[in-house]
Design a protein around this ligand. Structure first.
Ligand code: HEM
Ligand SMILES: [Ca+2]
Ligand SMILES: [Ca+2]
Length: 320
């Protein structure tokens, strides 16, 4: 029988809250000084960074692979260059680059970009009015970033609930996690092309989506005309409070105010509707608590540890 010290290393993937307590004790304050400054100067950094973290974790795990820039002249495109990542805002990347620079000046080569991204995302959620949860750390940065790995791992605005459930399950996330994490759409914006089909030609019917509030439809059509010219326009995912991290997104789904087809679908499917209703109920504490827990779960997808699979980058945009 093995004693605990002889037990094979089964826990090499475990993350811990106090991972940097010796390596970089002031880490969260350093990152916090950047995130709070960025939130004041450019509040759009909040949704931008939260989405960045999601797109990192779903491709190759939470390993900072999304932050890598394609080498000049190289044909091997990095994840950032994939179609699904084209609308990730510059403000998210910039927040991480700024935080990394400050962290490097105090704790050189000791803190991974993936941990910085996880902490910054939490900070922005809290700054926007969402929950403050402890971030477990100890992720190493990955050594691969390949654009062709992205499409099958990042859902689209026309994904069905079935596809969403399967994708999230493949990452170890439940149907409840799917609904709760979609609550991130309580802040931020979407470009016309991601919902224009619902406005003019829903599933080839040449009619609008019947599950879209008529008044909202009228407004959306004004901002997103049928033909072109609207590529730069982005509209709130949560029509009520696009800058506040509350449960407005879920109450909106109940009144056909969801912007993306994939969002409204969560209210139409019997597997997800009860969870939406629960999150929409009177006080938002239920959602906020569930959200912190689901983010912790998402933040541990495919975590790498050690030199064989990982590295601690000094510049988040380039491999060591
Ligand atoms: C469930 C499947 C999901 C789908 C189909 C989806 C799809 C999308 C789409 C199409 C946009 C608009 C992008 C644009 O037009 O610029 C968007 C925005 C956003 N998504 Fe998701 N998403 C999903 C889940 C998530 C999750 C799990 C998170 C975070 C944990 C997240 C965070 C965000 C944020 C914060 C924005 C706003 C970004 C900004 O304003 O810059 N999404 N999402
Ligand atoms: Ca990744
Ligand atoms: Ca909101």
């Amino acid at each position: 029988k093995l004693t605990s010290s002889q037990t094979p290393k089964l826990h090499h993937r475990e993350l811990s809250v106090d991972y940097y307590s010796k390596k970089c004790p002031q880490l969260e304050n350093l990152i916090g000084s950047i995130t709070s400054q960025r939130f004041k100067q450019a509040p759009i950094s909040a949704p931008a960074t939260i989405r960045l973290f999601f797109h990192d974790c779903f491709v190759e795990g939470c390993d900072g692979s999304i932050l890598i820039e394609t080498k000049k002249g190289s044909k091997r495109l990095a994840e950032r260059e994939a179609y699904e990542n084209k609308e990730l805002r510059e403000e998210g990347f910039e927040s991480i680059i700024k935080a990394k620079a400050l962290v490097e000046s105090h704790c050189p080569s000791r803190v991974s970009c993936s941990d910085i991204l996880a902490i910054a995302a939490r900070d922005f959620i809290h700054l926007a009015g969402g929950p403050y949860y402890q971030v477990r750390k100890g992720r190493w940065d990955g050594k691969r970033s390949t654009a062709t790995k992205v499409p099958q791992n990042i859902p689209g605005s026309n994904s069905t609930v079935d596809q969403l459930i399967k994708l999230f399950a493949s990452k170890g996330l439940t149907v409840e996690d799917l609904v709760v994490l979609s609550g991130s759409h309580t802040i931020g914006f979407a470009h016309c092309k991601n919902f224009i089909g619902r406005l003019y030609n829903f599933k080839g019917t040449k009619r609008p989506d019947p599950n879209l509030d008529p008044r909202l439809l009228k407004e959306l059509r004004m901002s997103c005309p049928f033909s072109g010219g609207s590529s730069g326009v982005a509209l709130p995912l949560d029509t009520t409070t696009p800058f506040v991290f509350d449960n407005g997104y879920f109450t909106g789904l109940g009144t056909n105010m969801g912007l993306l087809g994939s969002d409204q679908a969560l209210f139409l499917d019997p597997r997800t509707k009860p969870i939406v209703l629960e999150m929409a109920r009177d006080n938002k504490q239920k959602f906020l608590k569930a959200f912190g827990e689901a983010m912790d779960k998402m933040g541990s997808i495919g975590v790498k540890r050690g030199r064989k699979h990982g590295e601690i980058r000094t510049d988040c945009r380039v491999f060591l």
